[in-house]
Ligand binder design. Structure first.
Ligand code: NDP
Ligand code: HSE
Length: 441
């Protein structure tokens, strides 16, 4: 067997601990598949004295993790610290300056700096791999780069945040409240260091921008992802959706097409959707992620599995290491950076579909007429409507208020935006309406 692949681990938290356990437990199977052993030589984290439940005595410790990139006994640096900038980015740059490979689970860093880092990696003729950054243990980056490589892909969408999916599906199953379930997701190690990244859709937006780049051959464009999280979803919305035959899921969706002027257009949105019970994504529960890739020859491909947690994420990290051990450098985003298209970001104006709208309104005569008049004036057709209030359980509206939920017929999304604009500032509305699009059936 050839020389071992020597790795350094920066970050020994949920994922870092998982990587150590996986490399130690499956050492033999990994060595056989990689063609050589993968060994850890050095590690770094913030607090050397912390008990991590793993024995670190066989590894060199570096207080300054950036030094890992310069160590002569390291071939690959594995960055499992997190954060778009700061020490993670400094370590990545140092690693490529030293001509070494980098494996990372850090979607924030790849979404913000992936193009710069891929350029550095290409210049250094070194690998940059980030399978674990998108959908945890699911090999979707590999699926796109390899299995679906022959297809033109127009659309990729799915459930990309385990924390949000855990919260929504647990609220659905148990009726428990948002804050309580979020605390549980944090305790299980699913949530980001700053959980607002999860619940405000930012983490899913990071992943979506990476996925879109690999799927479409476009440069990553995190800034143009339109992101809404699940903070405003009430138990009452979950109950209404259920009554209508839907579950609520946070969906990331990216599409590319060519506009009327012949320009390549890229639409990227993270948004809570109503997903019909018959759709496979409706039954994706807990911290599970699922991604649908629509290939022009393969048709829809569904990738599903654990999207977060130590074991699944470590599995994706070590799969990247095995590729590197076999000599696979590859282009980080499938094709060389210079050949990635700079697609024009698209807003939602060109799209159409059905939507769920929820209004919290004053319980007095004429309010419904005001809302429906705005819908009429904006050309939005209402398919069904439910009013709840005056004693609704759980997160009921305030005194003197009612919840009005409606589902629209298929129509341009621009119509809904116009109806909301017409209602803006209305004293009848206690808060801004909540819009959730309905995933196409
Ligand atoms: P944790 O918070 O559990 O671990 C982070 C680790 O980084 C800790 O060991 C911490 O040290 C170390 N660290 C933090 N700041 C510094 C610093 N300034 N210098 C040196 N070390 C530092 O995070 P996770 O393991 O959950 O996540 C790691 C990465 O993986 C993130 O990019 C995350 O987005 C990504 N990821 C996480 C998944 C998950 O399920 N958790 C899934 C997919 C990706 P110490 O322990 O001493 O405090
Ligand atoms: N915080 C992320 C999630 C971890 O909940 O999906 C996996 O990337």
């Amino acid at each position: 067997m050839s020389e071992p692949l020597r790795i350094a681990l920066a970050g020994l938290g949920t994922v870092g601990g998982g990587v150590i356990r996986l490399i130690e437990t499956n050492a033999e199977i990994i060595a056989r598949r990689a063609g050589r052993p993968i060994v850890i030589t050095a590690v770094s984290a913030r607090n050397r004295g912390k008990d991590r439940g793993v024995d670190l005595s066989g590894y060199h410790w570096e207080d300054d993790m950036v030094i890992l990139g310069e160590r002569p006994d390291v071939d690959v640096v594995v960055e499992l610290v997190g954060g778009a900038d700061g020490p993670a980015l400094a370590l990545a740059r140092t690693t490529f300056e030293a001509g070494k490979a980098l494996v990372t689970a850090n979607k924030a860093m790849i979404a913000h700096h992936g193009i710069e880092l891929a350029t550095r990696a290409e210049a250094a003729k070194a690998a940059l791999k980030f399978e674990a950054a998108v959908a945890g243990g699911i090999p979707v980056i590999k699926g796109l780069k390899e299995g679906a490589a022959a297809n033109a892909i127009q659309r990729v969408y799915g459930i990309l945040n385990g924390t949000c999916n855990y919260i929504l599906s647990t609220m659905e199953d148990t009726g428990r409240d948002f804050a309580d379930v979020l605390a549980e997701a944090q305790a299980k190690g699913y949530a980001e260091a700053d959980p607002t990244f999860d619940i405000d859709g930012i983490d899913a937006a990071h992943k979506l921008s990476i996925l879109a780049s690999v799927a479409f051959g476009t440069a990553t464009d995190f800034q143009s992802v339109i992101a809404t999280g699940i903070r405003r979803v009430l138990a009452a919305d979950i109950a209404q959706a259920d009554a209508l035959g839907y579950y609520i899921r946070l969906i990331g969706m990216a599409e590319t097409d060519v506009d009327a002027h012949g320009n390549r257009r890229l639409f990227q949105r993270v948004h809570p959707h109503l997903v019909h019970r018959d759709h496979p994504l409706a039954h994706v529960d807990g911290a599970t992620n699922a991604v649908v890739v629509e290939g022009n020859f393969a048709g829809p491909l569904l990738f599903q599995g654990a999207g977060a947690g130590d074991g699944p994420t470590a599995s994706a990290v070590v799969a990247d290491l095995i590729d590197i051990a076999r000599g696979d450098i590859g282009a980080p985003f499938s094709i060389p950076v210079a050949e990635l298209d700079p697609a024009t970001p698209a807003a939602s104006g060109h799209r159409s579909g059905r939507a769920y709208l929820r209004f919290t309104v004053a319980d007095r005569p004429g309010v419904l007429a005001e809302i429906t008049a705005a819908m009429r004036d904006a050309g939005v057709s209402i398919e069904s409507m439910i009013q709840k209030g005056r004693g609704v359980a759980g997160d009921a509206p305030g005194a003197g208020q009612v919840l009005v939920a409606m589902v629209t017929h298929e129509g341009p999304e621009s119509g809904i935006a116009e109806a909301l604009r017409l209602l803006e500032g209305s004293p009848s509305l206690a808060e801004a309406p909540l819009v959730m699009h309905i995933l196409g059936e």
